[in-house]
Design a protein around this ligand. Structure first.
Ligand code: AMP
Length: 356
C-alpha cells in the first residue's frame, strides 16, 4: 500500500522528544501513534495513543509491533540492523531499512556520500590499534576518532593532537569499530533539511547555521548568512542525490561544514533533526508534519520560511529550569519535553523566536 489515510496507526521506533513532536503532528492530521521503545514511558508518552515496551534487538517483539501498525517509521537510528531486516520485506518501513542501515554507520554513510560525489574530510576505517596508527600516518593530526555506531551529541568521539595519543584514544572509544577523520578547517556549520514524498517530490527547508557547544547543538539560526548561503545549492544537490539513490521517503538531514573549497559533508540522519525544530513556528509546514505526510503518502506541505529570521536555542540540562523567565518574553515559543531530571548535557527543551 502506498498511502495511509487519516485514522491509520503510525508506528514509531523511539519514544524521545522527536517521537513526541512527531506524535503532535500526527494527531493534528488525525492519525494515532504507537511508540515502540525500551523504556516504559518517555517524552513521547504525552503524544501517543499506544506504547509497547521492547528492546531494539528483539526481532519477535518488533515483528509483533509491526503487524499491529499500518506504517512504521523511526526517530532513532540505533536499531539493530538484523531485527529491522525482519520488517523490511513489506515496504512498511519509511524511510527504508536500507537508508537506516547506511545512516546508522559512519563508515557506510561517508563511503555512500563520497561515492555520490560528496566532499568529505579525509577518513579511514579503524578496526584495531594498528589500523589507527596507519591511519594517523596518512591523515596526520589533528584528527578525530569516531565510533561507527551509537555515537550522538559528541559521544563516542575523541580528538587526537599527536600520533602518540593513539593508544589512549583507541581505549577511550572502547576499541569499537571506528573511523579516523582529518580535522576540517571551517568557519560555520549548517544542515540541509529535506523531505521526499512517496511520489518522489523533494522539498527543502531553508538551511540554518548551526552552532555546537561541547558536541551538542546549541543554536540554529536563519538566515544563515552569506558564507553558508553560497554553499547551500551544492549541498542541496548532493542531498537530493542521496535521497534519490535511496528512494527515500520522509525527512532527511545532512550536516555540513562550510569549508574553504565548498560544503564538506559530515553526517546524515534518516529522520527529523534537532536543527529543524525551528520549522514548527518558522516554516509553513514543520519537519514533523511533512515527515508524517511523506510516510503516509500524502501530498507535502509548503516548506517556506514565514519570518525574516528565526532562532532556535536548545535548553540543555538546567537551562530548562529558567522556563518562567523564558515565558516572560511573549516572543518566545517554549517547548519542554517533559523529562523529569535536568541532567547535564541532556536536551530538555528548546525555544524558538521569529524576527517578523
Ligand atoms: P558529529 O557527531 O560528527 O556531528 O561531530 C560533532 C561536532 O564535532 C561537529 O558538529 C563539529 O563541530 C565537530 N567535528 C566533527 N567532525 C569534525 C571534523 N572532521 N573536523 C572538525 N570538526 C569536526
Amino acid at each position: 500500500m502506498s498511502s495511509f489515510p487519516p485514522g491509520s496507526v503510525i508506528g514509531i521506533l523511539g519514544g524521545g522528544q522527536l517521537g513526541r513532536m512527531l506524535g503532535v503532528a500526527a494527531a493534528q492530521l488525525g492519525y494515532a501513534v504507537h511508540i515502540y521503545a525500551p523504556e516504559a514511558n518517555g517524552p513521547a508518552s504525552d503524544a501517543s495513543r499506544f506504547w509497547t515496551q521492547g528492546r531494539y534487538d528483539d526481532g519477535d517483539a518488533l515483528s509483533t509491533f509491526a503487524a499491529s501498525v499500518d506504517v512504521l517509521t523511526y526517530e532513532f537510528e540505533n536499531v539493530d540492523g538484523r531485527a529491522m531486516q525482519a520488517l523490511s520485506g513489506s515496504g512498511l518501513v519509511r524511510p527504508s531499512v536500507d537508508a537506516l542501515r547506511i545512516a546508522q554507520d559512519r563508515l557506510k554513510e561517508k563511503n555512500y556520500v563520497a561515492d555520490l560525489g560528496g566532499r568529505t574530510a579525509p577518513f579511514a576505517a579503524v578496526d584495531s590499534l594498528d589500523d589507527l596508527k596507519a591511519a594517523l600516518a596518512t591523515i596526520g593530526t589533528p584528527a578525530i576518532l569516531k565510533t561507527n555506531r551509537f555515537g550522538y551529541d559528541g559521544k563516542g568521539q575523541v580528538r587526537l593532537y599527536d600520533a602518540a595519543d593513539a593508544e589512549a584514544a583507541w581505549s577511550a572509544i572502547g576499541e569499537a569499530p571506528a573511523i579516523l577523520e582529518g580535522f576540517v578547517q571551517f568557519d560555520q556549520e549548517f544542515s540541509v533539511l529535506l523531505v521526499r514524498g512517496f511520489d518522489g517530490d523533494i522539498r527543502f527547508w531553508d538551511s540554518p547555521a548551526n552552532v555546537h557547544v561541547d558536541g551538542i547543538l546549541d543554536t540554529s539560526t536563519l538566515p544563515a548568512g552569506p558564507v553558508i548561503t553560497a554553499q547551500v545549492e551544492e549541498a542541496r544537490a548532493l542531498a537530493a542525490k542521496v535521497a534519490e539513490a535511496l528512494d527515500y521517503v520522509g525527512v532527511l538531514t545532512l550536516e555540513f561544514f562550510a569549508g574553504a573549497e565548498g560544503p564538506v559533508f559530515n553526517e546524515m540522519a534518516p529522520r527529523v533533526h534537532n536543527s529543524g525544530h525551528w520549522t514548527i513556528e518558522g516554516a509553513v509546514t514543520s519537519q514533523f508534519e511533512n515527515h508524517i505526510r511523506a510516510v503516509c503518502g500524502l501530498p507535502l506541505g509548503d516548506t517556506g520560511l514565514v519570518a525574516q529570521g528565526v532562532t532556535m536555542r536548545n535548553l540543555i540540562g538546567e537551562d530548562a529550569l529558567g522556563w518562567q523567565v523564558i515565558l516572560e518574553d511573549p516572543a518566545n515559543h517554549l517547548h519542554l519535553y517533559g523529562k523529569k531530571e535536568a541532567r547535564a548535557g541532556r536536551k530538555m527543551g528548546h525555544v524558538t523566536r521569529l524576527e517578523p
